[in-house]
Design a binder for this molecule. Structure first.
Ligand SMILES: Nc1ncnc2c1ncn2[C@@H]1O[C@H](COP(=O)(O)OP(=O)(O)OP(=O)(O)O)[C@@H](O)[C@H]1O
Ligand SMILES: [Mg+2]
Length: 452
């Protein structure tokens, strides 16, 4: 990232702050300067009027006391007080004196631009002469006026500059309190991208930034967990495939070496393992499709009692061989539902096969169909088998989960049947569950919603 990239939050915020401060302070400075200058000018013009009046009095008194004999020295000093050039003419219109000493006494009064006149009269009211006053920038008063305005302008500029700097500093600090946590999230995201799934953000404050950090950490947790599940899944699949493949390989090597003869029995053993493998791979594929929600469903109207009857009849022989009493019961009037009959059959076959597998000889397996209160259908498979302990009950629907960890494929399946059943039932909008008591039996059930 470039150092001064306009896209960076703190630079943008600083620019915004600078513009906002300039917009807020600028008019105040201009207005204050204008008002102060006007006030100063007002004050100075009052002062000048008073000074001019005084000057008129002094000139009149001087005329009476010594007939303007020393007016040449007096006039420049009066000019300093009023801040104006003063040209004094007598009643006859001839110049008596000029404070700027440009016009000679006795000359005709000059025409001066911007001039105004002050009549010099004696206490008795006779006109003694006329003083012509013109503003003179060279004189002290007007310089002090400029000085005044300059001082006010300087003070305003210093105040504005100082508040601008302080405001910028504050906004810089503020922007860093915002960009700090964002930068932390960015750097943690980069670590995640590089494969460091342990990267997390420290959550210090509260508010939106803390929420951002929390959400990021939750996302990282999710990724971490998904990654661990994936690794576990690959390990489990490899483990499940290893056993049938080892058996197959053993058979084939023994056949090739002539250790066993290729009799129909031996070949049937090879075939059984191949079928096992094929089922496992099919189960895995179903599971992968169901978990990625890509399972294609062939939805039709399904009569659940008919479906259940067919499947229970299909298991009759197996139940008789194991000496288990398998029965089906139908309660009330159940609605026709919409679903994939083949997949729903798969769910029920899985439950019945489990019930028969985990129920000892002499036990009972009852399949019961009944309407639910919500207008759907419930199918339950209850057995009098070994049951499931409370610590296993919550996990039996997890893939590859088997309550007896030491059990091999010879004594049971891969632990995928219930996982697939759960996914299929959920894909139909239904729910699946189990109640069980170790040593007394289990009751697996699933519901399917009424057609909408
Ligand atoms: N009716 C039951 N009684 C007792 N335990 C059961 C019952 N049904 C399932 N279980 C337990 O739950 C585990 C998971 O069952 P699931 O059907 O998923 O796998 P599996 O039968 O072992 O293998 P698969 O069905 O993939 O061939 C079983 O291994 C078993 O320990
Ligand atoms: Mg099973």
């Amino acid at each position: 990232m470039k150092r001064f990239d306009l896209g960076r939050v703190w630079i943008r915020q600083l620019l915004f702050a600078a513009v906002a401060i300039a917009v807020a302070i600028g008019p105040v400075v201009v207005l204050a300067h204008g008002v102060a200058t006007a006030q100063i000018q007002d004050y100075i013009s009052h002062r000048r009027q008073a000074a001019e009046f005084e000057a008129g009095q002094v000139i009149a008194a001087d005329a009476q006391m010594n007939g303007w004999s020393d007016i040449g020295q007096l006039l420049p000093r009066l000019a300093q007080v009023t801040g104006e050039r003063i040209v004094l003419t007598n009643a006859g219109g001839q110049v008596v004196a000029d404070s700027a000493q440009q016009v000679k006494p006795g000359a005709k009064a000059p025409r001066l631009p911007d001039a105004h006149q002050l009549r010099i009269v004696s206490p008795t009211g006779t006109l003694l002469g006329v003083a012509t006053l013109t503003p003179s920038p060279a004189l002290i008063n007007s310089a002090s006026r400029n000085n005044f305005a300059g001082i006010v302008a300087d003070a305003l500029l210093v105040a504005a500059g100082a508040s601008f700097v302080v405001a910028l500093l504050l906004s810089f600090v503020l922007s860093h309190t915002i960009t700090g946590p964002i930068t932390a999230v960015i750097s943690a995201a980069r670590k995640l991208q590089r494969g460091d799934l342990g990267a997390r953000v420290k959550v210090a404050a509260s508010g939106e930034l803390a929420e951002l950090a929390h959400s990021f950490n939750a996302m990282a947790d999710g990724l971490d967990e998904a990654n661990q599940q994936r690794q576990q899944m690959v390990a489990d699949v490899a483990h499940e495939l290893r056993t049938p493949l080892t058996i197959l390989r053993g058979y084939l090597e023994a056949l090739a070496d002539g250790v066993i003869a290729p009799t129909p029995d031996a070949l049937r053993g090879v075939h059984t393992e191949a079928v096992h493998l094929q089922h496992l791979v099919e189960d895995l594929q179903d599971l992968a499709l169901a978990e990625s929600k890509q399972l294609v469903m062939d939805r039709t109207a399904v009569e659940v009692p008919g479906l259940v009857r067919g499947i229970v009849d299909g298991f009759a022989l197996q139940a008789r061989e194991k000496n288990i009493d398998l029965s089906a019961a139908f309660e009330g009037q159940v609605p026709t539902i919409t679903g994939d009959a083949r997949r729903l059959g798969e769910v029920l076959r899985n439950l019945v096969a489990n019930a028969l597998a985990y129920t000892p000889a002499g036990g009972r397996v009852d399949v019961r169909v009944r309407p639910t209160q919500e207008g759907g259908v419930e199918v339950a498979v209850a057995d009098t088998g070994i049951g499931i302990g409370p610590q296993d009950l919550a996990n039996v629907f997890e893939r590859f989960y088997r309550t007896d960890k030491s059990r091999t494929r010879a004594t049971g399946g891969a632990g995928l049947g219930l996982t697939i059943a759960k996914r299929l039932v959920e894909a139909h909008g239904g729910r699946i569950g189990v109640e069980s008591e170790p040593g007394r039996g289990s009751r697996f059930w699933f519901t399917l919603p009424a057609p909408s």
